[in-house]
Ligand binder design. Structure first.
Ligand SMILES: [Cu+2]
Length: 195
């Protein structure tokens, strides 16, 4: 009987640690440009009813750039359309200044300095790294995307922010041995592909 009890205890603790991995307090997201070069990181950390994002990037054009969380955790170059539209679980309009917005994934513009560097501290209000409707790690995750232009905070569907130039996949850390789930086809639900 003893080995059986031991075995059960071990599988229970494995199960518990797996749950903890799926509910991270913080995550580091690697950011890549359209050539597949790593250009920085975003450190995401769980806050009360928000996720804080500490972003460091290099190699951008100086000036303002739009940044959003998009709905699928797939960054495939050269256009990153695999990340789908903005994360918008509540069906709102796009834009930080829109009266019926914003999307959960909307964020204020970031600014690259004369050397092309960005250091920004952002907050994604209402989002979570835990599981649930507003989770960034549900299903196949989400993606943090920087655009060539700036977000005007109002235009539908994506703030007229232009080409996607940098992308980072946001996933729960996987336990070793867990195989990747088959990703959904982003084209199925995307009638209007956002810029
Ligand atoms: Cu975007």
């Amino acid at each position: 009987m003893r080995p059986l009890v031991l075995g059960l205890t071990m599988s229970l603790s494995l199960l518990l640690s797996a749950c903890l991995l799926h509910n991270p307090k913080s995550l580091t997201v690697e950011m890549y440009n359209i050539d597949g070069d790593r250009v920085g990181t975003a450190l995401l950390s769980e806050q009360e009813d928000a996720v804080a994002i500490e972003l460091d990037l290099e190699g951008l054009q100086p000036g303002f750039h739009a940044i959003h969380v998009h709905e699928y955790g797939r960054c495939e170059g050269p256009d990153f359309t695999t990340a789908g539209n903005h994360l918008n679980p509540e069906g709102k309009e796009h834009g930080m200044m829109h009266p019926e917005g914003p999307h959960l994934g909307d964020l204020p513009n970031i600014e690259a300095d004369a050397g092309g560097l960005v250091h920004a501290e952002l907050e994604l209000s209402g989002a979570t790294l835990q599981e649930g409707k507003n989770s960034l790690i549900n299903n196949n995750g989400t993606a943090l995307i920087v655009h060539e232009g700036q977000d005007d905070g109002m235009s539908q569907p994506g703030g007229d922010s232009g080409t996607r130039i940098v992308c980072g996949e946001i996933h729960a850390e996987k336990e070793s041995g867990e195989s990747e789930k088959a990703p959904t086809d982003p084209t199925e639900q995307n009638d209007e592909q956002e810029e």
